[in-house]
Design a protein. Structure first.
Length: 189
C-alpha cells in the first residue's frame, strides 16, 4: 500500500504527508472518462491545542478536481477528510490540507494553472475547457487576484502634463507626461 501511495503522490506531485491514497480507477462521469483516485486525509493532532488524544467521528468525502496533462481524461481525487473531537479541549475539527482550500472542491494547483493560462492570449471559455473547470471558476480565480492590480493613487507624481495634437490622417491624439522636474519657462507672444 505504501508503494502505491508514493507512486500516486509522485505522479500527481502531491507533497502533503497526511494524505494517504488507497486506490484508483476509471469511471464515466457525464459521458466523459474520469480518473478517480481515492484518498484519506488524516488529522494527526488537534489544530487548537496540539493534543494527540482524538476521538474519530467519520469522514466527509469531497470530490476534488485536480489538474491533468490530458484534458480528455479529467482527474478527480475523492478525498475522505477525518472528523475528530479533541478529548482535551472538547473541540470538533476536520482535517485540512494545502491541496485544497476549506469548503472548496477545486485544487489549488488547478487554480494556479488557470491563473497562469490567464496571462496568455486566450478566451476564458478555452481556459475553462482545457482545465476542466467552469467559466465561472476562471472568473473567480481572476477576481481573487484582482486586489493586486487595483490602482493606488499614492504614487502619482505631483505634476502631470497633458497635451493633445493632430496626428496621422488628422486624427486627434492625447499625451500624458509625468512632469518630474520643476522648471519655469516664459513664453513670449
Amino acid at each position: 500500500m505504501s508503494s502505491l501511495n508514493n507512486c500516486i503522490k509522485f505522479a500527481l506531485d502531491i507533497k502533503d504527508k497526511n494524505i494517504v491514497f488507497k486506490s484508483f480507477f476509471y469511471k464515466m462521469v457525464q459521458m466523459k472518462k474520469h480518473k478517480i483516485y481515492e484518498a484519506e486525509l488524516i488529522q494527526p493532532a488537534c489544530p487548537c491545542c496540539g493534543s494527540l488524544d482524538l476521538l474519530h467521528n467519520g469522514h466527509l468525502i469531497t470530490n476534488i478536481h485536480y489538474l491533468t496533462a490530458n484534458a480528455s481524461h479529467p482527474v478527480i481525487i475523492r478525498l475522505a477528510k477525518q472528523r475528530v473531537k479533541c478529548r482535551d479541549c472538547n473541540r470538533w475539527s476536520m482535517a485540512q490540507s494545502e491541496l485544497v482550500n476549506k469548503y472548496c472542491s477545486i485544487s489549488n494547483a488547478s487554480k494556479l494553472k488557470v491563473l497562469s493560462a490567464l496571462t496568455e492570449d486566450s478566451s476564458m471559455t478555452s481556459i475553462a475547457r482545457e482545465n476542466n473547470v467552469s467559466v465561472n471558476t476562471v472568473q473567480r480565480v481572476l477576481g481573487s487576484c484582482s486586489h493586486l492590480f487595483l490602482d493606488s493613487y499614492e504614487y502619482l507624481p505631483a505634476h502631470l502634463a497633458f497635451d493633445e495634437f493632430k496626428g496621422v490622417d488628422r486624427q486627434l491624439h492625447f499625451i500624458c507626461l509625468a512632469a518630474l522636474y520643476l522648471f519655469s519657462c516664459t513664453l513670449s507672444v
